[in-house]
Unconditional design. Structure first.
Length: 256
């Protein structure tokens, strides 16, 4: 959606003021604000892509599978402001909403999530405002992800302007569950909701278990590479047995 389309859509959703000049000023300011949010997304994406490229050379693998981004749609902005009891204007958006600019980072393994977060927050021009770790403390429905609210300096003609952005970092498995949970429940009248919610929670727990097991398997494979005989050797290959390490404690060493 272009800036003009976003601007037009936003104006349609708000109650038009009686003062034509105020209406015009809000329209212009909204367009400028959305442009700033879009620039903030580009700033964060560039940093993440550079970090991913560097680590792919150093570690021979990418800690980031892919990156998605979006600007919150005008109707969602209006709905959220109304839920917060805020007037629908540009000043309220800047003051009350931290997730208009959204970036989602998808990683292969759980430890990649915290590594990517640490590396991003170590950048001297990124300021952490708030962190919610839904991996360590999942939501009641089973949702897991690491959420960061950061302040990003956006270079403008009049100088750098700080802009808020929300970054969600999760594994492929977490993203798979979240996408299907949203598709199954979004704006639908659900019969036997209690059973559906319980089943979604069970699936989320199984997905989390898979994440933990895959991380442990990666560590076992990495640690055992030097011990394994070359392919085709007459030596008996060591057997990888079920090990308590397949369910390690994921106590976090990362503090923000």
């Amino acid at each position: 959606m272009s800036f003009n389309e976003i601007q037009t859509d936003f104006i349609k959703k708000i109650k038009l003021p009686s003062d034509p000049q105020y209406f015009y000023d809000q329209s212009v300011q909204f367009g400028e604000l959305m442009m700033m949010y879009n620039c903030a997304i580009r700033e964060v994406r560039t940093k993440l892509e550079v970090l991913n490229d560097e680590l792919s050379i150093r570690n021979s693998r990418n800690p980031i599978e892919f990156i998605e981004s979006r600007i919150k749609r005008p109707l969602s902005i209006v709905d959220k402001l109304k839920r917060y009891g805020e007037p629908v204007n540009v000043e309220s958006i800047e003051r009350s909403l931290n997730d208009v600019a959204g970036i989602r980072v998808i990683c292969p393994f759980i430890d990649d999530i915290y590594s990517v977060a640490d590396m991003l927050l170590s950048q001297d021009d990124i300021t952490l405002i708030k962190k919610k770790d839904y991996i360590e403390n999942p939501k009641p429905n089973g949702y897991r992800s690491l959420h960061l609210i950061v302040a990003v300096p956006v270079p403008m003609i009049r100088g750098h302007q700080e802009c808020m952005a929300e970054i969600q970092i999760r594994t492929l498995a977490m993203d798979f569950w979240a996408a299907l949970e949203h598709q199954l429940k979004y704006k639908q009248q659900i019969g036997d909701e209690e059973t559906i919610v319980a089943e979604l929670k069970r699936c989320a727990d199984e997905t989390s278990s898979t994440d933990i097991n895959l991380l442990a398997l990666r560590e076992l494979i990495t640690a055992g590479k030097e011990e394994l005989s070359p392919a085709g050797s007459d030596k008996q290959q060591p057997e990888i047995k079920k090990h308590s390490a397949l369910r390690p404690s994921l106590k976090r060493r990362h503090q923000y």
